[in-house]
Design a protein around this ligand. Structure first.
Ligand code: MG
Ligand code: MG
Length: 388
């Protein structure tokens, strides 16, 4: 069995939330190269999207392996030390716990991992893609993944015998504090139930997608996490990372990419408080736009049976995405023109997790009943039912 792990964190940026420094990237690469030498990893790549560093690792330890997760944490700690020495902004920002208990999940970094049988007959080669987002909410992949894996309007390949049986989606309730609360829904039959949940991208996010004909074949893993609740207080948006295996029994890269031409609106942006379009950008780009447009990079790789990675293809770096970038900027300009009003900013219950909360609480206390009756506390949240 082979495992692909993509673990991503923001541990400091040059001149604000722009990009990690070259020396942070270099120290991360050195640590991963050492791990290959001592046999812990088979291969690796280190990239950044905006200010998030992504460690791509192949190994045979399986998903959620404590050694791999502790190692990724150490790499981020090392990069944090460099960021501190250089006086960078937000050094160690995503390292929320003192030390993780063998798993970075819940401690700040995002982790997407897939284990698969590299000798399986139905997969004669192993092409895959890594999507890394920055300045975007945890449900940023809800729309594109739903579109590709449920709709022939985006992925005509779904009509082929190899995919017609559909896919199983695992969705996580990100508002639930007590542990991972998930639901599994099978498409095509349950695609409308799935849509009912995924429309609320602040609460429900896709964690994984499996093939139904070959249930052991996982096609998608997303780092979707309960960031609001794990941090105790709000620390920044989740900036999810996704692994998507492609071709053959799975959708082709061109199908998986098709929804990204929408530049769909996601939660995120400056201080994680706005709705803005997701702009596809070249890997290893800095954030430099007005506000911080939510960004996504896509990188395609192949991996052989020994876990060795090919060179990478920078998908969104290609000029064919220039039109989408222009559209994203225009959509951003349009919604930003209405400032903070209405759908331009996140709903109240999301802002409650941020530093807006104190002001909201103070104002809450200043409300008066005009008829002189005993004041009642008005609901500032959007009336979401309490979960157990
Ligand atoms: Mg940042
Ligand atoms: Mg970031």
């Amino acid at each position: 069995m082979l495992t692909i792990s993509a673990i991503k964190a923001d541990v400091g940026g040059v001149g604000g939330h722009t990009k990690p420094s070259e020396s942070m990237m270099e120290v991360s690469r050195e640590k991963l190269a050492e791990a290959v030498e001592r046999g812990m990893l088979l291969d690796f790549d280190v990239t950044h999207t905006g200010d998030d560093v992504c460690l791509l690792m192949t190994h045979r330890a399986g998903t959620d392996d404590p050694e791999i997760h502790d190692f990724a944490w150490e790499v981020f700690e090392e990069a944090t030390r460099v960021a501190q020495d250089e006086g960078l902004y937000g050094a160690g920002q995503d390292l929320l716990a003192d030390a993780p208990s063998g798993n970075v999940r819940g401690a700040g970094p995002g982790a997407a991992e897939i284990e698969f049988d590299e000798t399986a007959e139905e997969r004669s080669a192993e092409p895959f893609m890594i999507f890394t987002s920055d300045k975007s909410g945890p449900g940023a992949f809800n729309f594109p993944m739903y579109a590709v894996f449920t709709s022939p309007m985006y992925c005509a390949g779904l009509m082929l015998p190899k995919m017609k049986e559909g896919f199983t989606f695992r969705v996580i309730d990100m508002e639930y504090a007590g542990g991972d609360r998930v639901i599994e829904l099978d498409t095509p039959e349950e695609h409308l139930d799935l849509a009912m949940l995924l429309r609320d991208e602040n609460r429900f996010g896709i964690k994984s997608i499996h093939h139904r004909k070959w249930p052991e074949q996982q096609v998608v893993s997303i780092s979707t996490d309960r960031l609001h609740t794990i941090a105790g207080e709000y620390k920044g948006k989740d900036d999810p990372v996704a692994i998507v295996r492609t071709q053959n029994i799975f959708p082709a890269p061109e199908e998986i990419l098709s929804p990204y031409t929408t530049a769909h609106y996601v939660a995120g942006d400056a201080r994680g408080s706005h709705h803005m379009p997701l702009m596809p950008i070249s890997i290893n780009s800095a954030v430099a736009g007005p506000y911080c447009l939510p960004l996504v990079s896509a990188v395609a790789y192949s991996v052989n049976d020994e876990g060795e990675l090919s060179e990478r293809v920078d998908i969104f770096g290609n000029e064919v995405w220039d039109e989408t970038r222009r559209k994203a900027q225009q959509k951003a300009d349009e919604i930003r023109r209405q400032g903070f009003v209405g759908p331009a900013m996140l709903p109240m219950q999301e802002l409650e997790y941020s530093s807006f909360r104190d002001t909201l609480e103070r104002l809450e206390g200043q409300f008066q009943r005009v008829d002189g009756a005993k004041p009642e506390r008005a609901a500032v949240s959007g009336g979401m039912d309490e979960v157990d």
